[in-house]
Design a protein around this ligand. Sequence first.
Ligand code: URA
Length: 449
Amino acid sequence: MLVTTLIERKRDGGELRPDEWSQLIAEYTRGSVEDYHLAALLMAVYLNGMTPAELGALTDAMIRSGARLDFTGHVVPRIDKHSTGGVGDKVSLVLAPLAASCGVAVPMMSGRGLGHTGGTLDKLESIPGFRTKLTLDEAKRLVTKIGVAMMGQTPEIAPADRKLYALRDATATVEAIPLIAASIMSKKLAEGLNGLVLDVKRGSGAFLPELERGIELASTMIALGEERGCPTVALLTAMDRPLGHACGNALETREALRALRGEGPADLMEVTYALTVEMLLLGDVSDDPVAARALAESAIASGRAAEKFREIVAAQGGDPGVVDAPRTLAVGTHTHVVESTKAGYVAQIEPRAIGKAIVAMGGGRQRVEDEIDHGVGFVIDAKPGDRVERGQALGTVFGRDVQTRDLGIRTLIDAITIVEQEPDPPLPLISHRVTREGAVATAVRSDEQ
Ligand code: URA
């Protein structure tokens, strides 16, 4: 195929036909179209956008580049959740067993840390022995047998996305809404889902910080899902501060395990319950949000959700005993409590700074092949809006050595802003619900009304 004519057309504001996208992605996946051609085309898309027809064709071609999970004969509704990425976001570790214990099946395919954001696979792998590399057959067996599998993207799923993502990363074309939407939805739709819930983060620690861009991304993904027979709903949630208290893989897993035992921080539980309710509604487990919420709360209170996580850990190679003993997960031994140097109010806890520091301390990757240290990170006691006194603990740093601890201390001090006057409130934890009908504000800050 003559790729340069396609690049020219896209560069000049034109449109590629669905069959052209289809052939291009098939040939690129096979290796018969060069990276430099695709790189130029991606930049043209970044600058000029895509029509809905083009986006649909690209997404379908990416799905077709690999295998799909086939659940023929499986009757339990399969619903997954995807987050656009944040700091301290350990929701999946609580939500997957919780939703499964309430009656939906969860074939959850997650990612690793990306940039300053953490990844579910890295958190799960802080549990000794836990295997996230499952084959498609294994994943299917687990979903059928225990109602949930927590795994990484297998090489068979959407291989075009792997190649395209690496190319976008190298060509400054990651932050394009159609490309993000096609990337996420091609993987999700290959899971053979009956429904999908999206947690689209907004605020300074999000991929796309602005509200309008978050809503546009949510609506774009919802349209792709709905048009392909996968009902999709999104919640916009706050990422202008870390979620919960723990940031860093093992520390977050400890917090998630405590959450499964009913001891989770209020903000983590609120987001987890809200997303679980959407999953139960999509899966027809309930048609009433209040009843769905009560069902989810009772699964935590009764220990059913924790029991489901024990089943997952055992089935995927780990020791289920960790669920009852979160402190056995190894964390950094060089610790330090950072105290406030003055009295005042917490105005800001910058999630990007925290996420980048975890990477610099060895808890995230600078290159794909890097080994990571699961134990480093922070437990941040303070929350935006809190009143603090001089000498009050703001948070604890967990380093693997003196250097990483000291880097963590400097970061935490810089990341937390204390002011004298009571500051504006942070973003609402859950601000919008987005469906195919549009976005509805569920909570607004006074300056957004
Ligand atoms: N996550 C993905 O899987 N793809 C993107 O493009 C961005 C975030």
